[in-house]
Design a binder for this molecule. Structure first.
Ligand code: DGL
Length: 253
């Protein structure tokens, strides 16, 4: 059984890709929506939350855990790896493929405040972005749009534009989605990009498919079967109200 968690429904964008490659596994997805968003919280707070969630997922029988949240990965995955005897798969902003894909030489990164200031992100950027310019912006209000299910329409476009336009104005032609909530806004992001700079072809990179492939590799190394023996099942859990989680799951997966 695989445990997947996020501060809310964002991690479902990762779960969607994982299910494509491991359709016969059992899953527990945990939305910590009573404590969402994580983006502005302290490192200590996120470590405490993710430790409690991990404990619960292990007690329920999870053999491997996907931290389907960039902010939690940046803040807590090294601590979780030290404290628990199972494997953790984390999120990492896709700077490397973006640096290879850009034609203007400018890559835009959208992520939370917590991710952008974390050492883990700063190290990744230093490693993969030596020959390109990186411009960053917090996706201000993006998590709230996704948690509320308001991912398209004029209000979503205005919110997206406020954070995306500075990256486009700086010349970015490749946008990295550095928060697992943001892929649910991908159509709006593409629409705003093409309306802002109609002649520029903008690529938007979601790291979830690469994370799903990595999970399969690590499970094979660990000897965890790709299919559950007892028949597969999916359990959706939330620390707050479960309505949005079930609705987003039903609509998107
Ligand atoms: N989905 C999360 C991430 O990938 C965090 C959003 C939040 O709670 O601020 O960073």
């Amino acid at each position: 059984m695989i445990g997947i968690f996020d501060s809310g429904v964002g991690g479902l964008s990762v779960f969607r890709e994982i299910r494509k490659v491991l359709p016969e596994q059992s899953y527990i997805y945990y939305s910590d929506n009573a404590h969402c968003p994580y983006g502005e919280k302290s490192r200590e707070y996120i470590i405490d939350r993710t430790r409690a969630i991990t404990q619960m997922l292990i007690e329920k029988g999870c053999e491997i855990i996907v931290v389907a949240c960039n902010t939690a990965t940046a803040a807590a995955i090294s601590t979780l790896r030290e404290e628990f005897p199972i494997k953790f798969i984390g999120m990492e902003p896709a700077i490397k493929p973006a640096a290879q894909a850009t034609k203007t030489g400018v890559v835009g990164v959208l992520a939370t405040a917590g991710t952008l200031k974390a050492t883990k992100y700063i190290d990744t950027r230093a490693k993969w972005a030596q020959n390109v310019q990186i411009v960053e912006h917090i996706g201000q209000g993006f998590v709230e749009l996704v948690e509320n299910g308001s991912v398209s329409g004029p209000a979503a476009e205005t919110t997206v534009s406020a954070s995306l336009k500075p990256l486009l104005d700086a010349g970015a032609d490749t946008i990295v989605l550095g928060c697992t909530h943001y892929p649910f806004l991908i159509d709006t992001i593409k629409k705003v990009a093409s309306e802002t700079y109609p002649s520029r072809s903008v690529t938007v990179i979601d790291p979830a498919p690469a994370v799903a492939r990595h999970l399969v590799e690590v499970m094979a190394e660990e000897g965890i079967e790709p299919a559950s023996k007892e028949g597969y099942q999916i359990e959706l859990l939330a620390s707050g109200t479960p309505d949005n989680l079930q609705r987003t799951f039903d609509t998107l997966l």
